[in-house]
Design a protein around this ligand. Sequence first.
Ligand code: IMP
Length: 177
Amino acid sequence: MDKFNLSTLITEKQIQEKILEIGKKITQQYQGKEDVVAICVLKGSFMFYSDLIRAIDCDLACEFFGVASYHGEIKSSGEVKITLDLNHPVEGKHVILIEDIVDTGLTMSYLIKNIKARHPKSLTTATLLLKPGALKTKVDLDHVGFEIGNEFVVGYGLDYQGLYRNLPFIAQVQNMN
Ligand code: IMP
């Protein structure tokens, strides 16, 4: 854990408190609704997803959506590569889309467009982190955990060079190259 210098930005306690708060709101929103599907956007949101769905007190099905953002020129178009598609159709279902971080917003915009094209009954979006200063497009976000600056962060599912996903808190990398 000492390859790069990390400084804690959001503690484990702050994350867990925020998740209980969002979980309560989503529970109220979905009270009495049937056919609820929570989608985990892999890889980054696996930790936020698994904590958040446990804070949602209603019957829901779990789906996993693997995406990888293209880099360079293509990234600016917001195109993402689907590495693992949903296992079941979400047509007619109440979908909760759960992301780790919204940076330029291009990935989330793509995901929203992709899910809407599958005709869900409703769509709610949640992200743990949002970088408002980095947004390149308007994104409809229903639940945002924390707004942060444009710094690159790791931990709690987020990686840098494949590392740090297992940290229970969010940190900033000090000595990135
Ligand atoms: P977008 O720029 O909003 O399309 O974000 C694309 C993806 O880049 C996110 O889903 C993350 O996987 C990754 N990403 C953006 N900012 C960070 C960061 O600060 N740390 C780790 N990954 C990030």
